[in-house]
Structure formats: structure tokens, C-alpha cells
Design a binder for this molecule. Structure first.
Ligand code: ADP
Length: 739
């Protein structure tokens, strides 16, 4: 990097600061309502981003109660007060339900306490109740200040100085029960807890041929139940939004016994805490157990998961989500004007967006209203496109239509795994096979990638053959890295022999979220971790964000000796504070010469007397293990979509002869911004760096400065795409959900 570059970088940094200065401003951050994993990551991001832009940030302990009580409940935070909390579940600043805040009197006290400290920016992390409260508070603010002045508690000058209260909300709730966001903070971690239990239960249920009824949280929202049912391939699921049809008792028993007849040794039934029937009468776990025992005589057990779901460490996804949202919340507060309504920062696909808080709260309340009024179709629709698509996918994959009811397509479709094995691949194959069968195709499995295909390792695969595949790691079909180039003739021959009309290739995902490295507890030590990914720095970058790392070296952002020097100096400075640990991630191919060993030796030498180093090459463990709930569902959904797309293309091509190669007959399906997108390979070719096997533009590079900011480097950060408010109902329901 030459000096011009440096000054350009500094220039853009300055410009960013001018744009977004928090000098003279005070932000209060609180967590309220039910706790959720990832809340700490959000608090940390708010504090650090706030300090970074020059604002003062105050912890408000114990939710609204602390705001009403004031005193030592409102304390200024510093950089170090949020150190080592990223990986901790729950919330270190406490959360409470507060009756007093529901009254104007309580809110008057709260306003007094904020004005006393000059806090006119509020960041609330909680559920819809907490956010509703925040909005009421904001609307009343000027009235409250007037009253405080009349009572002589504050003077006129203070009323003027603190005339407006800016409010930004972040949704922290394990239930994912808030309209306007694809994922709330804590949901993914709760899913991890549920899936851990389901996986454990499945092994014991298998041994004893048992039926398990598993009750998960969600008094009003069936998200956790639905998605865990998808992620473990449950036999039946009960949700508040989509009650079972009349006569469900008989249907469920038929389904369970059919599955047993297909040699399935266990049944899993998932029940949301708030499950109801079409008459709004609760359906309880005990009731379901009674039914299975009396009707089928199966050994049946009930497990109620309870608070386990709120516990444990936040997942990588939640840490990244909360960190992004926290930074975005501060930016939104600083950009707020008296005219901007209170907003919620949330996630749409892989994009951060801002939505008016009131709209989201109203829509969330509308879901409940729809359920109360037994308009269940509306309830599902109002939950959003992601919920709807999860439900449709679950129905398609769980319930097999009788063969004579499926119209035959006369098409043969083959599924193949290629490239490195990745967690979630088996879920994708299961989904493709089942959707394919339900679309009337004959499905074939190809074993051992293109190498196996060339040798004729291909066989028909049925509905029951893929049972139980969702939760298994690796690739059951077998995968090879060999590209088809060498054996095109043999492969073409196999395609002809088996009359394969379409081929679904599952592979090339090199993204798993299994990087977890806890460096806590050790003093003055820097961990240097090498991650996989070829030339793609995604894992190193996102892993760094999730783990709160100090640096991440990736191929996409070239670095030189000056950067290394700056990093070492940064760590030396850091060791002088109370945070005496460092974490550095290095993507395996980030640089030919600055190898992991080199970096380890450089840091060791330069850190002599100040810190010592350890290095760890994560290697193949990153591809191993059981897939996370996200990977299971992503694999399942994306594959179901791919199969549907193939069916449409096959139908279009029917009667057009044997050859129909068009530009869009070979596509790659993936998340692009907010949507699931089919991109023709011809087009992707232009966007791909073939030498390094990565896309020319990587969306997540935008998140890189985030890690640096949160690790106390100076970096500029691009705010949410438009940086403006959108409307919750304007987001296309017709588009397939990205996640
Ligand atoms: P969640 O935020 O998880 O939905 P609650 O509904 O219990 O949880 O709300 C948490 C807290 O937010 C309440 O204890 C109360 O202090 C405050 N709150 C909720 N609703 C309101 C409201 N309508 N007006 C004022 N404060 C509210």
C-alpha cells in the first residue's frame, strides 16, 4: 500500500466520521423481556460502536426497572466493560419485566433519570412488548419533560436541550416471533439447543423403538417447533399458526404407523408450547402421548425442553447477527432526526434493514389477532415469507402422497454430490429426492461424485431411503473432488443408459460454522488460527466476527508488512489493558509467503516479553460434525427449490426434442442479498475468479470493517444498504424467502 492509499483510506475514514459523529451524544442500552443468547453480543457492539464514533454509552441495568429506579442502575460503559461477553449467553446487564414502566408515573421517573445523564438516544434489545413500551415512551417524551419541568425536577434549558428521544430497537427473542425480520437474536442458538436434544433422543428412541413427544418453547409462535421439525425430519409438528385439520388424531396415527412400517424405528413429534386445534383449544403433549399409547400401543415419552432453550453459548450466527445489528443500531440513532419514527434494525436475507417499529409491532399483533379469530391462513401469511416457505417445505417432505395420486412426469432426475463434503449436504439430497418424487419424477442417486458416475455407480433412490438423513454430517452418497472433464464420454454414456433428463449437483459449499475457539482464561496470549476455504476468506472473516478476533487475514483483502506491524502493535497495546488475549485468524490461502508459521513466528518475536503465541490449524474438523440447524434447513430448502425449478424446466422442454440447451438450463441457486436466486452458469462465469475459485464480488467483505471497529481499529463502515427506513409490508411476499 503506498502513501496515497493510506491517505485515501484516512480520508474516507475522516469523511465517514464527519458524516457520523456521536460527539456530545449519550446512548442508553438496555435488555428487556425474556433473555436470549446473543443479547451480549448486541450490547457489546452498541457500546463499542458508540465509543468508536465518540458518543458516551450507558448501561441501563435490569431493563426498564433500572431506568425507572436510576441511581447505580445507569452506569457509563467503557471499551473493556464489554470484553469477553461475546460468547456468553443471557445478558450481563440483566433483564426484567417491569410493571412500573407500564404506567405514566413510572415512565416519568425514567425520563428524569435519562435527562439527568443527558441520554436522548435509546437502544432497546427485547421482544415486541419491550419495543412497544419504548415507542410509547418516545411518543410521550416531550410531555414527560414538560411535566418534569413543571414539577421543578429539571429546568427549561434542559427541556430544550433534550427535546427529542431517538429510539432504535433490536429484536432479542428466541421465538423468532417478530414480523419484519427473518431472524431474531437468539433464535438460531435456541435451535442449536433443540437439535442437540433431538439428536440425543433419536439415538435412544432408535434403540427402544419409541415415540418421542418433544415440547419446545413458543406460546404464540411456532417458528422453533416448525424449524426443528424440518431440521430433524419429525413425523408430525403442532403449531399455533397452523392447527391440524379436523380428524387429525386419526391422520397422525396413520402417519406414525406408516412410518414404522417403512422400518423407521422411532417417531418424533414436535409440539409448540402454544399448539392449538382449529377451535383454538390447546393441544398438549400429554394429550398426544395418550392418543399414541391408546391408539397404537407405542412406548411413548414426553420431553419438555423448557429453559434449556435459552441457555448455552450463542451460535456463530447469533453473534454475527447481533454484532451487525448493534453497529447498525448506533448508526441509525446517529442518523435519526426528530421526524424519523422509532425503528427496528433487522435482517432480510443477508442484508441489514431498518423498519418502522410501529409497523412491525402492529403486524406482529395482527398475527395473534388472526389466530384468535381463527383466520389461520392469514396468520401464516402475516408471519412472513420465510415462515410460509418453511411450512410448505415441511409439509412436502414429511407427508408422502400415495403413489397413485402422484401424476407421473416420465422424467428421470439424478442427484450427485461433488467437491468437499459439507455439513448439510445430506439434508439437501433428502429434500431433492422427496420433492422430486412428489413431482412425479423417478429419482436416481449417483455415488462418489463424477468419478463414480463415470463408472456407473448410479441407482434409483426412494422416499424411505433418505429417512433420517437430515442430521447426518458428511456426504452419504460419497463425494469426490474430481471434475467431470476427463470422463465426459463415460458420463454421457451413463446419462443415456439411464435416460437422465436432469442433474442436480450439490456441492461447493465450503461454509460451515464450526469455528469456535475460546481463548478466555489465558493471559497474555495470542492465538493464531488457520481456517479452510481455499482462496475464499468467508470462514476466516465470519469466524473472526463471531469470535471477536483482532485480525483476520484473507486473500480478498491483500495485506503487507505494514498491516502486520500495525496488528502486532495493536496487540501489544491491548495487552496493557485488562483484556490480555488476542485472536488472529488466517485463511489458508491468504498469502503465499505470509504463512501461518510465518505469522506465528513474527508475532512471537515481536510480542516477546509482552505476550506469547499459540497456533492452531483447524483443518478437516471444519467439514466434520453434525450439521447445524441452519445448514440442515438451508440445505433442505434450497434443494427443494432447485428441484421445483428443474421440474418447471423439464415441463417447458417437453415436446421440444432431445436437445434443449439454453443459457438458463444450467443454473446455480443461492442466496443473493435478500432472495434465493437462480443464476445461469453462463452469467456466473463472468462474475467468477476461476483461478482462485471465488466470486469476483463477495457480499460479506462489507462486514470486514465491522470486525476491525469492534476490535478497536480505525476503519470505515458502510451502513445498511439504503440506510433508510423501509416498510414492512412492502417486502415482496411473492419472492421466495432467502433463509
Ligand atoms: P418481550 O419484550 O419479550 O415481549 P414483555 O412483553 O414482558 O416481554 O415486555 C417486557 C417489558 O416491556 C414489560 O415488563 C414492560 O416493562 C415493558 N412493556 C411491555 N409492553 C408495554 C407497554 N404497552 N407499555 C409500556 N411498557 C411496556
Amino acid at each position: 500500500m503506498d502513501d496515497d492509499d493510506v491517505s485515501a483510506r484516512k480520508g474516507s475514514f475522516r469523511k465517514f466520521l464527519e458524516h457520523l459523529s456521536g460527539a456530545g451524544k449519550a446512548i442508553g442500552v438496555l435488555t428487556s423481556g425474556g433473555d436470549a443468547q446473543g443479547m451480549n453480543a448486541a450490547v457489546r457492539a452498541v457500546v463499542r460502536m458508540g465509543i468508536y464514533v465518540g458518543a458516551k454509552v450507558y448501561f441501563i441495568y435490569e431493563g426498564y426497572q433500572g431506568m425507572v429506579d436510576g441511581g447505580s442502575n445507569i452506569v457509563e460503559a467503557n471499551w473493556e466493560s464489554v470484553s469477553s461477553i461475546l460468547q456468553v449467553g443471557g445478558t450481563i446487564i440483566g433483564s426484567a419485566r417491569c410493571k412500573a414502566f407500564r404506567t405514566r408515573e413510572g415512565r416519568l421517573k425514567a425520563a428524569g433519570n435519562l435527562v439527568q445523564r443527558g441520554i436522548t438516544n435509546l437502544c432497546v434489545i427485547g421482544g415486541d412488548g419491550s419495543l412497544t413500551g419504548a415507542n410509547i415512551f418516545r411518543k410521550e417524551w416531550s410531555g414527560l419533560l414538560k411535566e418534569l419541568a413543571e414539577n421543578g425536577d429539571i429546568d427549561r434549558e434542559e427541556v430544550q436541550k433534550h427535546a427529542y428521544l431517538n429510539v432504535v430497537g433490536m429484536v432479542g427473542s428466541i421465538d423468532n416471533d417478530f414480523c419484519g425480520t427473518d431472524m431474531t437474536i437468539g433464535t438460531d442458538s435456541a435451535l442449536h439447543r433443540i437439535i442437540e436434544v433431538v439428536d440425543a433422543i433419536m439415538t435412544t428412541a432408535q434403540s427402544h423403538q419409541r415415540t418421542f413427544v418433544l415440547e419446545v418453547m413458543g406460546r404464540h409462535c411456532g417458528y422453533l417447533a416448525l424449524v426443528s421439525a424440518l431440521a430433524c425430519g419429525a413425523d408430525w409438528v403442532f403449531l399455533p399458526e397452523s392447527p391440524p385439520e379436523e380428524g387429525w388424531q386419526e391422520n397422525m396415527c396413520i402417519k406414525l404407523s406408516e412410518n414404522r412400517a417403512r422400518k423407521k424405528r422411532l417417531n418424533i413429534i414436535i409440539v409448540a408450547e402454544g399448539a392449538i386445534d382449529t377451535q383454538n383449544k390447546p393441544i398438549t403433549s400429554e394429550q398426544i402421548k395418550e392418543l399414541v399409547v391408546t391408539q397404537l400401543g407405542y412406548d411413548t415419552r414426553v420431553t419438555i425442553l423448557g429453559h434449556v432453550q435459552r441457555g448455552g453459548t450463542p451460535s456463530a450466527f447469533d453473534r454475527i447477527l447481533a454484532s451487525r445489528m448493534g453497529v447498525e443500531a448506533v448508526v441509525a440513532l446517529l442518523q435519526a432526526t426528530p421526524e424519523t419514527p422509532a425503528c427496528v434494525v433487522s435482517l432480510s436475507g443477508n442484508q441489514a434493514v431498518r423498519l418502522p417499529l410501529v409497523e412491525c409491532v402492529h403486524m406482529t399483533q395482527d398475527v395473534q389477532k388472526a389466530m384468535d379469530e381463527r383466520r389461520f391462513k392469514d396468520a401464516v401469511r402475516l408471519r412472513g415469507r420465510s415462515f410460509e416457505s418453511n411450512l410448505n417445505t415441511y409439509k412436502r417432505l414429511a407427508i408422502k402422497m400415495p403413489d397413485d395420486q402422484i401424476p407421473k412426469s416420465n422424467c428421470n432426475v439424478a442427484v450427485i454430490n461433488v467437491g468437499a463434503p459439507a455439513a448439510g449436504m445430506n439434508a439437501a439430497v433428502r429434500s431433492a429426492v422427496r420433492v422430486g418424487i412428489s413431482e412425479g419424477h423417478k429419482m436416481f442417486a449417483i455415488y462418489d461424485g463424477f468419478e463414480g458416475f463415470a463408472k456407473g455407480q448410479i441407482k434409483e433412490i426412494g422416499w424411505a431411503d433418505v429417512g433420517g438423513w437430515t442430521g447426518q454430517g458428511g456426504s452419504i452418497l460419497g463425494t469426490k473432488r474430481t471434475l467431470p472433464g476427463k470422463s465426459l464420454e463415460a458420463i454421457a454414456e451413463q446419462m443415456r443408459t439411464h435416460s437422465i433428463n436432469a442433474l442436480l449437483i450439490i456441492g461447493g459449499f465450503e461454509t460451515c460454522d464450526r469455528i469456535k475457539q475460546s481463548a478466555s482464561g489465558t493471559k497474555r496470549r495470542v492465538f493464531i488460527i488457520e481456517t479452510m476455504g481455499g482462496y475464499c476468506g468467508y470462514l476466516a472473516n465470519m469466524g473472526a466476527l463471531a469470535a471477536g478476533a483482532d485480525a483476520a487475514y484473507i486473500f480478498e483483502e491483500p495485506f503487507d508488512i505494514r498491516d502486520l506491524q500495525a496488528n502486532v502493535e495493536h496487540l501489544t497495546e491491548k495487552m496493557k489493558t485488562t483484556i490480555q488475549r488476542g485472536l488472529v485468524l488466517r485463511n489458508e490461502s491468504c498469502s503465499e509467503h505470509y504463512t501461518t508459521d510465518f505469522i506465528y513466528h513474527l508475532y512471537s518475536e515481536e510480542g516477546k516479553g509482552v505476550f506469547d503465541c499459540r497456533k492452531n490449524v483447524l483443518g478437516h474438523m471444519q467439514q466434520g460434525g453434525a450439521p447445524s440447524p441452519f445448514d440442515r434447513n438451508f440445505g433442505t430448502k434450497i434443494s427443494a427449490r432447485a428441484m421445483q425449478w428443474l421440474s418447471t424446466k423439464l415441463k417447458e422442454a417437453q415436446g421440444k426434442g432431445r436437445r434443449f440447451v439454453t443459457d438458463d438450463s444450467i443454473c446455480v441457486l443461492g442466496i443473493s442479498k435478500r432472495n434465493l436466486l437462480f443464476q445461469p452458469v453462463a452469467q456466473l462465469k463472468k462474475e467468477t475468479d476461476f483461478e482462485h475459485r471465488i466470486p469476483k464480488e463477495q457480499w460479506w467483505l462489507k462486514l470486514r470493517p465491522l470486525m476491525k471497529i469492534l476490535a478497536k481499529y480505525k476503519a470505515s463502515y458502510e451502513v445498511s444498504d439504503p440506510g433508510q427506513l423501509e416498510h414492512v409490508h412492502h417486502r415482496g411476499h411473492e419472492e421466495p424467502a432467502a433463509i
